[in-house]
Design a protein around this ligand. Structure first.
Ligand code: TYD
Length: 224
């Protein structure tokens, strides 16, 4: 049975849009579900997200960064995901454990075996049943993310939004970092083809949504 669907991909891959579209589609078919995100799916997580994304020129060491993401996840699982799953609610999550492997593992070079063990602790052993990996060339994702940042920057008067998006630390990383993250996600998909579906995120939003819908409908119809 499908209980948890995660959306993964690089910055600007359009995960959040696809998550919302799937949420609306399922709601329209009477299949209520809960859309949530990491980092920032709880109140505590929002504080952690601000620390992570707003750090500006502060240097955050790799282990510090890792523990902040894991702390966010542990709280998110405890407060949101586990209770939702226990009540039979289908959960759609914008980023989950694979982001830690791709960003902290492949991106920052933290040992993957250790990350898997820590992910296990933070997630309490919960793994997604389906993961949609929205893959697109790094340059395309970064230019989309930059566009989004500048729109929010020019429109929003909310200090929090401005700081957490426009000054996103990851968007400031060099292209090679994002290339490593992309390769990492694709490598993960190769090792778990049954769970991780690689989708071409450079396609039109509607087309991508259609493909996601088809996969989910098929699995739900099969009682998976
Ligand atoms: P966010 O503003 O939520 O961006 P996006 O819309 O791309 O998800 O920023 C989240 C950033 O955190 C994103 O660049 C990926 C990164 N991240 C990690 O490095 N490790 C993790 O475990 C998670 C969940 C996210």
């Amino acid at each position: 049975m499908i209980r948890l669907i995660s959306f993964e991909g690089g910055d600007g891959s359009g995960k959040s849009t696809q998550l919302r579209l799937l949420e609306q589609y399922l709601a329209g078919r009477g299949r209520g579900c809960l859309g949530t995100r990491e980092p920032g799916g709880t109140n505590l997580g929002k504080m952690i997200r601000r620390v992570l994304l707003q750090a500006g020129t502060e240097e955050i060491s790799s282990p510090t960064e890792l523990f902040l993401y894991l702390a966010d996840r542990a709280q998110h699982v405890h407060e949101v995901i586990r209770p939702a799953l226990a009540s039979g609610t289908l959960v759609l999550c914008d980023r989950f454990t694979d982001s830690t492997l791709a960003y902290q593992g492949y991106g920052r070079g933290v040992d993957l075996g250790m990350l898997r063990r820590l992910n296990e602790v933070a997630s309490g052993g919960i793994t997604p049943d389906i993961t949609f990996l929205l893959d697109c060339p790094v340059e395309l994702g970064l230019s989309r993310a930059e566009e989004r940042s500048s729109i929010i920057h020019s429109q929003s008067s909310a200090t929090e939004d401005r700081a957490s998006r426009a000054e996103d630390r990851f968007e400031r990383e060099e292209v090679e970092f994002h290339e490593r993250v992309r390769k990492g996600f694709l490598e993960l998909a190769r090792t778990e083809p049954g769970r991780i579906h690689v989708l071409d995120a450079s396609r039109a939003v509607r087309d991508l949504h259609e493909e996601i819908r088809k996969i989910v409908d098929e699995k739900l119809a099969n009682g998976e």
